[in-house]
Design a protein around this ligand. Structure first.
Ligand code: CP
Length: 339
């Protein structure tokens, strides 16, 4: 299948206009109520996983099935060649195929490609550029969807916006606490970057808490401060979970690596070992305004958040997971809407 015009990619939430985000959330809500979705018969989306996933893979595949489309699941460990992404390189290393050629070939079979790229993990300077994802977008002849890169997780942000909207109604002026949590295997800051900018864009006041040395990507923080200013929202950054949770309507918990020791497992482990606490429990939640808890999962029980909160009425985690399905159906319906 050959696309005539340049494909439109979805690499981060800001690739969508406000109106398009609202359309996806509205359509996702209607589909959740049982309204029939778009017809994706004969549409195939290639799902390429270079890292593990439970929710993203399952929800995307089920979304496609429910809309009548087909998921072409490809796992980098077992299903295809190791890929080179650098341009102009002499390919005498381990990778026998270039992303340029893989993307062009897959574009002949699939109507869109969704990618969860690997992270090199040895240099934040390298990984923060999302080089691999951008190479897919450059060489694909069909739309590329980001299923979580080092910097962004726009699919999670869509589900989180739907969950916030369900829980709070109007988001403008409501207070979101985003707090770091302790984990021996933290993830990338992609989810936190995405919800931070999404919430500010919706006019929410955000308080961000993390230990010293766990700052988010500086370019994202610059963008967040600019976004807050343009929306008339507030963005406070501190180093105490309790201070962030005070007065919050929603507490969003997530662990991420200390970017300053990225690529150095020994230093990262010793940095993580110095942090105690940072577990969301009933006492934390009681500091909020009838606060609800969000976390993208996977969640480490009784380390990131207590069983009591996770299994109690304040938890929105399963709603978030469920909304991955509905919002992705909304996204796919709009992506394949006849123009
Ligand atoms: N939240 C999320 O993306 O989950 P998975 O990593 O399991 O896909």
């Amino acid at each position: 299948m050959t696309q005539r015009s340049a494909p439109r990619h979805f690499l981060r939430l800001s690739d969508l206009a406000d109106r398009e985000i609202n359309d996806i959330l509205d359509l996702g809500a209607r589909l959740r109520r049982g309204v029939r979705g778009a017809d994706l018969v004969n549409k195939t989306v290639g799902l390429l996983f270079f890292r593990g996933s439970l929710r993203t893979r399952s929800s995307f595949e089920v979304a496609l099935n429910q809309l009548g489309g087909h998921a072409l699941n490809l796992n980098a460990n077992t299903d295809f060649w190791r890929l080179e992404e650098r341009s102009g390189t002499v390919m005498d290393g381990e990778a026998p195929e270039h992303i340029r050629d893989a993307a062009a070939a897959l574009s002949c079979y699939a109507d869109a490609l969704a990618i969860r790229p690997a992270l090199a993990g040895n240099s934040w300077e390298r990984d923060r550029k999302d080089t691999e994802l951008k190479a897919w977008a450059e060489h694909s002849r069909v739309p590329v969807i980001n299923m979580e890169s080092a910097l962004w997780h726009p699919l999670q942000a869509l589900a989180d916006l739907m969950t916030l909207r369900d829980a709070l109604g109007k988001l403008e002026g409501r207070r979101l606490a985003i707090t770091w949590t302790r984990s021996p295997s933290p993830g990338s800051p992609a989810v936190v970057h995405s919800i931070l900018l999404a919430a500010l864009r919706a006019g929410m006041n955000v308080s961000l808490a993390h230990p010293k040395g766990f700052d988010l990507e500086p370019s994202v923080m610059d963008e967040a401060h600019t976004q807050a200013e343009s929306e008339g929202a507030s963005l406070e950054v501190g180093h105490e979970m309790d201070a962030a949770a005070r007065g919050a309507h929603v507490v969003y918990a997530r662990s991420w690596w200390p970017l300053e020791s990225y690529g150095n497992p020994t230093l990262t482990a010793s940095r993580l070992a110095r942090e105690t606490g940072w577990c969301v429990d009933e006492r934390t939640m009681a500091l909020g305004e009838d606060a609800r808890l969000m976390h993208p999962m996977p969640v480490r029980r009784n380390l990131e958040a207590s069983d009591e909160v996770l299994d109690g009425p304040r938890s929105l985690l399963i709603d978030q997971a469920a909304n991955r399905l509905h919002t992705q159906k909304g996204l796919l319906s709009l992506l394949f809407r006849p123009s």
